[in-house]
Structures are given as structure tokens and as C-alpha cells.
Design a protein around this ligand. Structure first.
Ligand SMILES: [Mn+2]
Length: 430
């Protein structure tokens, strides 16, 4: 039984006025692509098969280190967050899974939560552990580290928490555990740089040993913050070395914001895939650091180039190609639902453009060292407005042509502001 938050009739009604224009635009783009030998319906089908998970925490307003400004009608518990994620998926039809974070999303009945999600048309993606902050009642503090802590009892507590997350994930139907630790230092000399990595790998191996056969452990690296001098898993090098030491079920997860400015992330994608270690992505965008801005809002070209490598990876599989995609943003100044809708569109748009690259022409130009034509093969695809393809795929799946207009017309947030309890003034980032 499903209990979707928006009615199908409402979505169809909002689509009615835009349908004719969409058909015209889709047909015109189809003719344009046809001249290049590209079948628009094949691209639309790929888009229809594409999906990206949304994180439960993304449904609430994010914050910075300085403040958080809640909005009326914001979800305050996992049930309301699922409801908001269901609205996003109903409108855009490419976010059918939610990624939960523990202990933030703890409930007493996980099979009940799974049924609740199913009734909203949702499933669950990777489960995320949290050893970067202390929880009420927690015996030992992570203030000096978790999986890499010098104190064996703290490491054991962090390992036990991750194993508990696997157990919860099994009940939810997940099969990936994402592990990001904030472990690191603020002072030169504070920790031994080699031994702290030894401790991390040893503790991570205990988590790895608890993974079911069909599970993966996704290791997320981050250059800095909360540690500002050194982080234990600071970059893709540390990540892939740890993943290689742990075993085949350990993969690397690339969060676009977790690199130094101007890093060639698309090359990292190609490298990780080459060694069978590309596990997944956290999509966001940044201007200066780990800004967690909306995907494609600052550097849409980078997002396109990343997807171009992902298409190359899919066409040239190594060990496997099964990347897990998730939106990971902090929605500080927008309605989180609107940001997720807009970001899902930006991500899918980059995916579609990457499939519009005339791959044969690109490879021929590369082989002939024809630099300009190789670049133009990418540029031609990047310049195409893929909006009609995305809208067509959405409509055919029951979604909205104009996701933001439909969302606003639904007055969802205004209605929820009447029903939901107000959010307290929060501290900044959590
Ligand atoms: Mn992330």
C-alpha cells in the first residue's frame, strides 16, 4: 500500500500546461541530435534508469559553524524527513533511495521504518556511521579520534558503532556502509602520522570483517575539517591504500567538496576506477573549501567532466562498475526540498550530457592527437540544453515537467508549517 504525499492528479494537472511545449522542444532536440547520429530516446532511457540517493539530513536546513536558521515546516524527525524525500522523488523521479545516518536516524523498529519508506515509494541507500561527534550517554569521547584513537577502548567503541550500523542497514535493505571519520590533528607533532593510519586500518579491518558478503565499505576521504593540520584519511591516496589493504569489498567514495581547490577530480575518478576501487560519490559543489553548496551551482563543467569519466568507466569496466551516488549538501539558505530538486536536475543533466559525447569521434581524435577536435567533442555535448530530455524522462515516470513550479504550487511547506512542530534554534553544523 502506498501513501504518497502528492496526488498523481495534482502532478498531471501542473504538467498539462507545459506538455505541448515539452513535446515541441523534445522533437526539435531529437532532430538536432539525430543529425549527429544520436538517438534522443536512447538518452532519455538512460536518464530514466539513472538515480541518485538523498541523505535524510539533507531534508533539514543545514548550518555553518556559526548558525543555523530553521524554516517553518522543516522536518524534525526521520518520519517527516522521509515524507519530504518522497515529495522530492515524486516530482523528479530519480531519487528513490534515502541514505540514513546513525545515530541521528535511530528508531526502535527498523522493519517498520522500511515499510513506512516503501509506502512512500522509497528504499534505503548506504548507511552512514558517525564517530565524529559524541552522543548523549556515550561512555568514551571521540574528541581525540575514533578509529585511529590512541586509546584501544575508544577504537573498540567506534568499531562497535559501525558494526551496529551494518546490523541496522541489513534490516533496512541497505548494502553499503559509508565510513567517514573526522580523525586528525591540529598541531604538527600532535600525533604520529604513520601510526595513526596503522590504528585506523587495524580498526577498519574489524568493521570490514563484519560486512555481509554482498556489502561494501565505502571509505570517504576529506582533506581537512574538523582537523586543520592533518586528517587520517585525507585524500584519495590514503583512501585507496586503506581500501586495498582492507580487501575487495572496501571501495573509495569521492565527495566532490573534499579536495583542495582546483584539484582534477575527474582524473581521480579515472584512477580509482582503473584499480577497481571507485565506490561512490557525494555530490555537492564548492568555491573555497568543503562548502557543501548545491551540485553544479558553482562549477557545472567539473560535474560534466566527472560524469564523462564515469561514462568512460562504464564503457570500460575493470573489476566492477557500481558507483553509489548521493547528494551531500548543506542547505543553509534554501528550502531543502527545492535544493534537492534543483541538484537532482543538475546531476542528471551532467549525466545526460556525458552520454551525448560523440564517443567515437572523441576516441579517434585522442588517438590521432587532434587536441582541438578531442576538446570539441566534449564541448559540443556540454553545450547542449538537455532540459527536454530530463523533463520527458520525468513525465513518463509520473514526475513533474517543472519540478520547482509544481513544488511551489503544492504549497507543501506551508501546509507542513501548520502541522509540524517548530524546529528549535540549532547550533551550526552537525
Ligand atoms: Mn560526504
Amino acid at each position: 500500500m502506498t501513501s504518497l504525499p502528492l496526488s498523481e492528479a495534482f502532478i498531471a494537472e501542473t504538467n498539462a500546461r507545459d506538455m505541448e511545449a515539452l513535446e515541441e522542444d523534445y522533437a526539435a532536440l531529437g532532430r538536432q541530435l539525430g543529425r549527429r547520429g544520436i538517438a534522443i530516446d536512447a538518452i532519455r532511457d538512460r536518464v530514466a534508469d539513472f538515480s541518485v540517493a538523498v541523505p535524510s539530513w539533507g531534508a533539514g536546513r543545514g548550518g555553518t559553524r556559526f548558525a543555523k536558521f530553521p524554516i517553518p515546516g522543516e522536518p524534525t524527525n526521520i518520519h517527516e524527513k522521509l515524507e519530504d524525500c518522497a515529495v522530492v522523488n515524486q516530482l523528479c523521479r530519480i531519487t528513490p533511495r534515502v541514505s540514513l545516518h546513525f545515530p541521528w536516524d535511530k528508531v526502535s523498529d527498523y522493519s517498520g521504518l522500511r515499510e513506512e519508506a516503501e509506502s512512500l515509494g522509497l528504499g534505503f541507500d548506504a548507511v552512514n556511521s558517525n564517530t565524529f561527534q559524541d552522543q548523549p550517554g556515550q561512555p568514551l569521547s571521540y574528541s581525540t579520534g575514533s578509529l585511529s584513537a590512541t586509546d584501544a577502548a575508544i577504537r573498540a567503541q567506534a568499531v562497535a558503532h559501525n558494526i551496529e550500523c551494518i546490523d541496522i542497514g541489513r534490516q533496512l535493505g541497505s548494502n553499503d556502509l559509508t565510513v567517514w571519520v573526522g580523525d586528525g590533528t591540529n598541531f604538527p607533532g600532535q600525533q604520529d602520522l604513520a601510526r595513526s593510519l596503522d590504528r585506523y586500518i587495524e580498526a577498519a579491518a574489524e568493521i570490514y570483517a563484519a560486512l555481509p558478503d554482498d556489502w561494501r565499505m565505502l571509505i570517504e576521504h576529506k582533506m581537512f575539517e574538523p582537523a586543520f593540520y592533518s586528517s587520517v584519511i585525507s585524500d584519495w591516496g590514503s583512501s585507496i591504500l586503506a581500501a586495498q589493504e582492507l580487501g575487495p569489498k572496501a571501495k573509495c567514495l569521492v565527495d566532490l567538496g573534499h579536495h583542495a581547490p582546483n584539484t582534477n577530480i575527474e582524473q581521480i575518478v579515472a584512477r580509482l576506477h582503473r584499480f577497481g576501487k571507485l565506490g561512490g560519490f557525494h555530490f555537492n559543489d564548492s568555491k573555497y573549501g568543503d562548502d557543501d553548496l548545491d551540485s553544479g551551482s558553482i562549477n557545472p563543467h567539473q560535474l560534466f567532466l566527472v560524469f564523462n569519466e564515469l561514462v568512460e568507466a562504464e564503457l570500460n569496466p575493470r573489476d566492477e562498475f557500481r558507483p553509489s551516488y548521493m547528494i551531500d549538501q548543506s542547505h543553509n539558505v534554501t528550502d531543502p526540498i527545492e535544493s534537492m530538486l534543483s541538484s537532482a536536475e543538475a546531476i542528471t543533466g551532467s549525466f545526460a550530457r556525458a552520454w551525448l559525447v560523440e564517443r567515437e569521434a572523441l576516441h579517434e581524435a585522442q588517438a590521432a592527437n587532434d587536441t582541438m577536435m578531442a576538446f570539441q567533442a566534449l564541448r559540443r555535448a556540454y553545450n547542449i540544453d538537455v532540459a527536454p530530455i530530463l523533463a520527458k524522462a520525468r513525465v513518463e515516470a509520473g514526475g513533474a515537467i517543472d519540478v520547482l513550479a509544481a513544488y511551489r504550487a503544492s504549497r507543501w511547506r506551508e501546509r507542513k508549517a501548520q502541522e509540524r512542530k517548530p524546529v528549535g534554534l540549532g547550533a551550526g553544523i552537525v
